[in-house]
Design a protein around this ligand. Structure first.
Ligand code: ARG
Length: 270
């Protein structure tokens, strides 16, 4: 009997809640979900592919470093929650986001039209281009687009550079791998002739590796730039993230994080 007494108010209560839910079922309340959920959980889970210095990489102890990581810490701080980091292959990030395994992606990701079909993006926090890395010894041989004819180009799986390179270089061969360091190794060992990647990443590898150089080929489009991806229909979360990005820009912090990350990542591999 005692139990029944508890159940009846519970049923009544759920009825009232159901009614009030109907009342609030407009799109604005729906869309506030993710930011609210993150605050309720007290943590935000960052998805990243830590193979991309100076954006994100790991030290020997497995600590996450890089500009994106520092920005993510600030995003979490401004939401008043802890930051948790999930490392995975770049190619799996959007699937993981939409499967609720992570709450946001910072991974040197370009906000392309194609990706916008599945996720929403914050404002751009870093303007980027794409550069080509070659072996220093080949600098004279591979400097114009025609020189890539019959050559093998390495690109990271599922990236804008994979698409770009395949469109530009119709007469080249490709090696498509999930992680950048493996492509760099192939380049060093003469298994590919060039690697196309983000400007900052290309500069980083050319700086730390005497055998590698930039050949001056550079690509940019309207989507060049890097921003935070979140699940679709979360304008309140996007707004919150944009607020922090603006603050960091105003305070000169993004530049600072970038410079620090370049310094650490170039020192690390020397
Ligand atoms: N900017 C490129 C893209 O959005 C490549 C990003 C690769 N990121 C990484 N952490 N490996 O597709």
């Amino acid at each position: 009997m005692k139990r029944l007494k508890k159940i009846i108010p519970a049923i009544l209560l759920s009825g009232v809640m159901a009614l009030s839910l109907v009342g609030c079922g407009d799109s604005k309340d729906e869309s506030a979900k993710d930011l609210e959920k993150i605050k309720e959980k007290g943590e935000v889970v960052l998805g990243t592919s830590a193979d991309y210095p100076p954006f994100e990489f790991m030290d020997k102890e497995g600590n996450f470093l890089g500009m994106d990581i520092e920005i993510a810490k600030e995003l979490a701080k401004d939401m008043g929650v802890e930051l948790k980091i999930q490392d995975m292959q770049f190619e799996s990030l959007i699937t993981a986001l939409n499967a609720n395994k992570v709450d946001m992606i910072l991974s040197g990701m370009n906000p392309t039209e194609e990706r916008r079909e599945n996720v929403d993006f914050s404002d751009i926090y870093y303007e980027s281009k794409h550069f080509m890395i070659v072996r220093e010894a080949d600098l004279d041989k591979i400097k114009k687009e025609e020189d890539l004819k019959g050559k093998k180009i390495g690109v990271q799986l599922g990236t804008t550079q994979e698409k770009l390179a395949k469109e530009k270089f119709k007469d080249s061969e490709f090696e498509v791998l999930p992680a950048i360091p493996d492509l760099i190794m192939l380049l060093e060992n003469n298994k590919v002739d060039a690697v196309v990647t983000e400007d900052a990443v290309a500069e980083n590898y050319a700086n730390v590796n005497d055998k590698l150089s930039l050949n001056g080929l550079s690509y940019e489009d309207s989507e060049s730039g890097v921003s935070v991806a979140v699940r679709k229909n979360n304008p309140e979360l996007v707004e919150q993230l944009n607020k922090t990005i603006k603050r960091l820009n105003d305070e000169g912090k993004i530049k600072e994080f970038y410079n620090e990350a370049v310094e650490i990542s170039s020192a690390k591999s020397k």
